[in-house]
Design a protein. Structure first.
Length: 310
C-alpha cells in the first residue's frame, strides 16, 4: 500500500483519479480547498483508505504538514486555463507557482512528485510539438506552468512532468469551459455552436484517460523519473471544426462559423506522443465515445456558473 497525497483531489481530474487509486489498494489523502463544494467527493468519501484535508496550497505551514509521510505527491491543485488565470492574475500566480513551490520545499528524501503541466506551455508551434520543442507560452496560464516545471527541475526532487492534451469528458466535478464539453452543451441547450478558428488543430484526451496516467506513472516510475512527457494520443488529433461536425452526428444544431474570435494560446499544431506510447500508454476512450457520454449527461442536466471553472 502506497501513501499518496492528491492536491486538488476534489477537482475535475482528482475526483476521477482518487477512486482509481483507492481501488488499487492505496491510502489516499486529498488536500483541497473545496471551492466547488463537497459533492465531487460523495461517491467515495466513505472509503476506509481515504483521508480528507481542507486546505490551501498557498499556506506553506499547512502544506508542510500534509506532505509529510506520503510516498507520492500528485499535484493537481491549480487555477486552470487562460481565461481563469487572466480573470485574477495575482491569485493565479500565488496558487499555481507559489503553491507548487510550497509543495516542492516540503518534500523530503524518497518522496516522489507527479506534476500536471499543459501543452499550452508550447505556445505557437509550427508543425509537430515533441518534448524537445522549445516552450514559449503566450498566456499567463502557460507561463505559470512553465515556471512550475522549472522550479521542480531545479529542486532536484524525484519527479515526472506531464504536459496534457486538451481534456474533455465527464467528471464528478464537471467543467464546461473545456472545448468539447462546451460545444456539446451549447449544441444541446442553445441549439447552436459559434465556431471561430475552426481550422485550428488540437489533441484531446478524455478525463478518464488523463486520470489513468497517474497510476501508469506510479507503475512505470523508474523508467519515467526526471523526465517530461506529452500526455495524449495521436489518434485524438482534431481540428475544432472536425469536433463540431462530429457532435452533429449525435445532436441536431446550427453551426455558425464566425470570423471573430481568437485563441490566446494559439494551439494550432499536432503533438507527438511517441515517447509515452513507447512505454505502452494509449488512450482508451475515443472522441465518439466521449461525445456520446456528454450528450447523455447534458440531455438531462442544465448547469450554471457554479460548475464552470471560472
Amino acid at each position: 500500500m502506497e501513501k499518496i497525497l492528491v492536491t486538488g483531489g476534489a477537482g475535475y481530474i482528482g475526483s476521477v483519479l482518487t477512486p482509481m487509486l483507492l481501488d488499487a489498494g492505496h491510502q489516499v489523502t486529498i488536500y483541497d480547498n473545496i471551492m466547488y463544494g463537497a459533492q465531487p467527493l460523495l461517491g467515495f468519501a466513505s472509503h476506509k483508505n481515504l483521508n480528507l484535508v481542507k486546505g490551501d496550497v498557498r499556506e506553506a505551514s499547512e502544506v508542510a504538514k500534509v506532505v509529510k509521510g506520503h510516498d507520492w505527491i500528485i499535484h493537481l491543485a491549480a487555477i486552470v486555463g487562460y481565461p481563469a488565470c487572466a480573470a485574477d492574475p495575482l491569485r493565479a500566480n500565488s496558487v499555481n507557482v507559489e503553491g507548487t513551490r510550497n509543495i516542492v520545499k516540503s518534500m523530503g528524501k524518497g518522496q516522489r512528485l507527479i506534476f500536471a503541466s499543459t501543452g499550452s506551455t508550447y505556445g505557437k508551434v509550427e508543425g509537430t510539438a515533441t518534448e524537445e520543442t522549445p516552450i514559449a507560452p503566450l498566456t499567463l496560464y502557460g507561463r505559470n506552468k512553465r515556471d512550475c516545471e522549472e522550479l521542480i527541475k531545479a529542486s532536484c526532487q524525484d519527479f515526472i512532468l506531464l504536459r496534457f492534451a486538451t481534456v474533455f469528458g465527464s467528471s464528478p466535478r464537471l467543467r464546461l469551459d473545456l472545448l468539447v464539453n462546451d460545444f456539446v452543451y451549447q449544441a444541446i441547450h442553445n441549439r447552436q455552436i459559434i465556431l471561430y478558428e475552426g481550422h485550428f488543430r488540437r489533441t484531446f484526451l478524455h478525463s478518464f484517460d488523463a486520470a489513468a496516467m497517474y497510476p501508469f506513472c506510479i507503475a512505470n516510475y523508474e523508467k519515467m523519473r526526471g523526465q517530461t512527457y506529452n500526455v495524449g494520443d495521436e489518434t485524438m488529433n482534431y481540428t475544432k471544426k472536425e469536433i463540431a461536425l462530429k457532435i452533429k452526428e449525435y445532436v441536431e444544431y446550427y453551426l455558425h462559423e464566425a470570423e471573430v474570435g481568437h485563441d490566446q494560446d494559439q494551439r494550432d499544431y499536432a503533438v507527438d506522443y511517441g515517447k509515452l506510447r513507447n512505454l505502452g500508454y494509449r488512450a482508451k476512450i475515443s472522441m465518439d465515445g466521449g461525445i456520446q457520454e456528454l450528450v447523455k449527461i447534458f440531455r438531462v442536466l442544465r448547469t450554471s456558473d457554479p460548475l464552470r471553472n471560472i
